[in-house]
Design a protein around this ligand. Structure first.
Ligand code: B12
Length: 211
């Protein structure tokens, strides 16, 4: 599919204008919005991560790629939402207190939206009280926590504990993720689920939402 190849390349090269144009072209050619996300944007960001790991890319390149991905998502997101019918569940998502990394969290939020969930995105550096307030006022059944720094991982535990203290632990399922997070850590802090990828997050959220 030539349009998706162009989009893939544009994200890797961090060219947001080309990414937006290729996204419009793919949609005009009839490519499904979810295919654009799962078949192109997520693999492109995976490749950017790989280039970072092998030191071909550094933080500036990473940020340009994230901007290109966001330009594409701005076009795709309303179409993903329009394609859905009744939400499968309602998720409050955010990066935990002290942590400003939001690229992975945004990907997870977009994938959840694409998977039929209503997503309430609180952004980055989110204190436990804000998660609790949003989950309560929006009547969410899932909370998704992201952390990219080892020093902010304890904020995940603080947030899980805060839900417990507020008497809400039975009402919401809590899922966690982010590069340093593991299944073992999720189990240790009493979270209900962990996934290492945005795609896996949707399957996990579906599983947790029906329990
Ligand atoms: C981009 C980046 C930044 C950007 C962030 C921009 C932004 N808007 O997010 C900027 C430049 C601001 C930044 C700042 C810092 N950063 Co930084 N950053 C990165 C970098 C290069 C990429 C992170 C990223 O976006 N990856 C791509 C996304 C798609 O992957 P991901 O986040 O892991 O998400 C995927 C999964 O984990 C999962 N997932 C994520 N969240 C969730 C949630 C749930 C519920 C689920 C199920 C799944 C899930 O799904 C996603 C998609 O598959 C990493 C290096 C790396 N390789 O990870 C360092 C890195 C995370 N940063 C690091 C550091 C140290 C910092 C700083 C402290 C640097 C400094 N001295 O100032 C600051 C911290 C600022 C703060 N308080 O947060 C370290 C952390 C080390 C550690 N062990 O803690 C890393 C690992 C770099 C390194 N090798 O040293 N950073």
């Amino acid at each position: 599919m030539p349009d998706l190849d162009k989009l893939h390349q544009a994200v890797i090269e961090g060219d947001w204008k080309a990414a937006a144009a290729a996204t419009q072209a793919a949609i005009a050619a009839g490519v499904a919005p979810l295919t654009i996300v799962t078949g192109c944007l997520v693999p492109a960001m995976d490749e950017v991560g790989r280039l970072f790991e092998c030191e071909e890319y550094f933080v500036p390149e990473m940020l340009l790629s994230a901007r290109a991905m966001k330009a594409s998502m701005a076009i795709v997101r309303p179409l993903l939402a329009a394609a859905g019918t009744e939400p499968v569940g309602r998720v409050v998502i955010g990066t935990v207190k002290g942590d400003l990394h939001d690229i992975g969290k945004n990907l997870v939020a977009s994938m959840l939206e694409g998977g039929g969930f209503e997503v309430i995105d609180l952004g980055a550096d989110v204190a436990p009280e804000r998660f609790i307030e949003a989950a309560t006022t929006r009547n969410a059944n899932l909370v998704a926590l992201s952390a990219l720094l080892t020093v902010t991982m304890p904020s995940m535990k603080t947030t899980v504990d805060a839900f417990q203290s507020a008497g809400l632990r039975e009402k919401v399922k809590i899922m966690v993720g982010g590069a340093p997070v593991t299944q073992q850590y999720a189990d240790a802090i009493g979270a209900d689920g962990y996934s290492e990828s945005a795609g896996g997050a949707v399957a996990l959220a579906r599983r947790l939402a029906v329990v």
